[in-house]
Design a binder for this molecule. Structure first.
Ligand SMILES: Cc1cc2nc3c(=O)[nH]c(=O)nc-3n(C[C@H](O)[C@H](O)[C@H](O)COP(=O)(O)OP(=O)(O)OC[C@H]3O[C@@H](n4cnc5c(N)ncnc54)[C@H](O)[C@@H]3O)c2cc1C
Length: 556
């Protein structure tokens, strides 16, 4: 059965381009010739393939599924077409299967060669990159490729894993173990106890029982072990706008670049339902779409991106070639000549008793399509009055029956952009409660039944039947991990830079820079973070050159 995706239907030509003989000749110098007799498996889902396979003669069939669902054909490639998608850009395991349907004569380009084409053959590279991205979008849309999460719908750990893979643009499926017959059979067959749910079936056939994000990412090959012997020119902590901008500029200017993020690419910006004030996007863009572009761009230039990998300590200077050791949460160490702190900020938690009983299932810190699906047609509460809160209200109001906006202050105007205030006022299903706070949560077994609200002037309390709360009450810097790093922080925990005549983005520790929201007195906006992430690269070059590092000098 052929599968359907709006993107495949609308953009088939760009997704599966047929290259000319001249294009194929241009590719010759990057790849190696390879023959595949009819019937040879070329890609196996869950395993790392040979790279992008450009067909000179013959046909290749691409299919997916076969585990918990029937096998489906995605496409057949003929001469001038190529096999592969985004996974091959960074030599990650394939998400689909592919087999030679006839004898195939092909040109094979592994990840490194492909990245060389993208950079050296700009026009051809653009067509290839667009096809790779569209193919990934197609896989995300069809929702039948990738690992399968099986557990009760709405379960906090199902949402956690669903969110993790969605935020990282990784195709996957979610099956409800209570209503899907096939899912229930699997739970039975593998004798999965209720407390071990959700399970995840990985493409390589492994079964994980309620895994952590790191375990899942390693199992599906999303993240690999850091090479302990490699010394990077720069290691960037955080893959938000600041970290990704730094990665794009550093990698494109020849610096060997490692980016670590403990959660997903995109940071806070990735959680934004619509960014309307970023230059060049007059109709606005979702944070996820903007950040996915940046993530792919950084990989195109060869930046290595490790997600989820958490930096837990910045170790001492000087150890042979490496000046810095970044210790990671999983016990690994990354070595680098310079370090860029781009770890941004994290949401604040509401000071309400029993909050943790509902976090992940009924109390949310993002308003993505996953959360909005959960509360479609219901009444929800949202706390906060900043721009991020305003965007979330506008987004939620499209799905929820009613949005109660809980604001501690006396007006929205004091903290929110005018365009958002106007938009919120025009929404008939949004009620703004000023001078109000949440003082209690009522529910049982992780299910929220009601929210208690208190008027801050009169002290009067009211109980409202609300099953989901969204919290957008600001953020604190992610700097706990820098406690013994010898980096100076201000009274609120933000990293101080530019002291004593240093470069404006350099911390008090030589060779350690800070950019974006984590930096004291930075402007907390996407454009500012991107600007700082891009600017810091010239300071890295200068610093490396001062140390006499040949890599840096070559890149000048
Ligand atoms: C919902 C929402 C909507 C917004 N909308 C807009 C908007 O419309 N326009 C606008 O200009 N701004 C907006 N902002 C603000 C903007 O998103 C931030 O200013 C920007 O994301 C800051 O970028 P950053 O890279 O400095 O930090 P962040 O985006 O916070 O990224 C930091 C990254 O570092 C990672 N990290 C943290 N600690 C570690 C560690 N120890 N190890 C590894 N990784 C770590 C985090 O997981 C995160 O991915 C919005 C913010 C939110 C929350």
């Amino acid at each position: 059965m052929a599968i359907v995706s709006p993107t495949i239907e609308a953009r088939r030509g760009q997704m599966f381009p047929v290259l000319s003989a001249h294009d194929m000749t241009r590719l010759e110098r990057f790849g190696t010739r390879q023959s595949y007799p009819m019937g040879t498996p070329i890609l196996a889902a869950g395993e790392t393939g040979p790279g992008l396979v450009f067909l000179r003669t013959g046909r290749i069939g691409v299919s997916q599924g076969g585990g918990v669902s029937s096998r489906e054909t995605i496409v057949e490639h003929g001469p001038g077409e190529f096999l592969g998608e985004l996974a091959q850009l960074s030599d990650r395991p394939a998400l689909v299967d592919a087999e030679a349907m006839e004898d195939v004569d092909a040109l094979v380009l592994p990840g490194k060669a492909l990245r060389d084409v993208l950079v050296q053959e700009a026009e051809l590279g653009e067509r290839l990159m667009r096809a790779l991205i569209l193919r990934r979008v197609g896989l995300l849309e069809t929702g039948t490729a990738g690992p399968v999460i099986i557990g009760p719908a709405g379960h906090a750990d199902v949402l956690r894993l669903d969110n993790f893979l969605s935020r990282n643009g990784y195709p996957h499926r979610v099956l409800d173990s209570l209503t899907d017959g096939c899912a229930a059979t699997l739970v039975d067959r593998f004798k999965v106890a209720p407390e071990q749910l959700p399970i995840v079936l990985c493409l390589g056939g492994q079964l994980l029982r309620n895994p952590g994000e790191g375990e899942l990412a390693r199992c599906i090959g999303m993240v690999r072990a850091i090479d302990p012997d490699k010394v990077y020119d720069t290691a960037i902590v955080g893959a938000g706008p600041a970290g990704l901008a730094c990665a794009v500029y550093a990698a494109s200017e020849g610096l060997s670049t490692l980016v670590l993020d403990c959660r997903s690419f995109g940071g806070q910006a990735g959680a934004s339902s619509r960014i309307e004030n970023y230059l060049g996007f007059p109709t606005g863009i979702t944070g996820m779409a903007l950040m996915a572009r940046a993530y792919n761009q950084a990989q195109k230039f060869g930046a290595e991106i490790a997600i989820p990998d958490e930096a837990v300590k910045l170790g001492p200077d000087r150890d042979g070639e490496a000046r810095f050791h970044l210790h990671l949460g999983n016990g690994e160490t990354a070595r680098a000549r310079t370090v860029v702190l781009a770890s941004g900020a994290r949401y604040r938690r509401l000071p309400v008793a029993g909050l943790c009983d509902y976090e992940g299932s009924c109390v949310h810190y993002w308003a993505s399509p996953i959360e909005t699906r959960l509360c479609a047609g219901q009444e929800v509460a949202l706390c906060g009055a900043g721009n991020s809160a305003g965007q979330a209200v506008v987004f939620l109001a499209t799905q929820a029956k009613k949005v109660w906006m809980i604001v501690r202050g006396a007006s929205l105007e004091a903290s929110m952009s005018r365009y958002l205030v106007d938009r919120i006022r025009a929404l008939p299903n949004v009620a703004v409660l000023l001078r109000t706070e949440i003082c209690g949560l009522d529910g049982e077994e992780g299910t929220l039944k009601a929210v208690r609200l208190k008027n801050r002037d009169t002290g009067e309390e009211e109980r409202c039947e609300i099953g989901h709360v969204f919290s957008f009450i600001g953020a604190d810097p992610n700097t706990d991990w820098l406690a013994d790093a010898g980096v100076k922080l201000d009274g609120h925990g933000f990293v101080i830079t530019g002291a004593d005549g240093r470069h404006p983005l350099e911390t008090c520790r030589d060779g350690v820079f800070a950019v974006g929201d984590v930096r004291a007195s930075s402007v907390k906006r996407v454009a500012a973070a991107v600007g700082e992430g891009s600017t810091v690269v010239s300071a890295i070059h200068a610093w490396l050159a001062k140390q006499g590092d040949s890599v840096a000098e070559a890149a000048q």
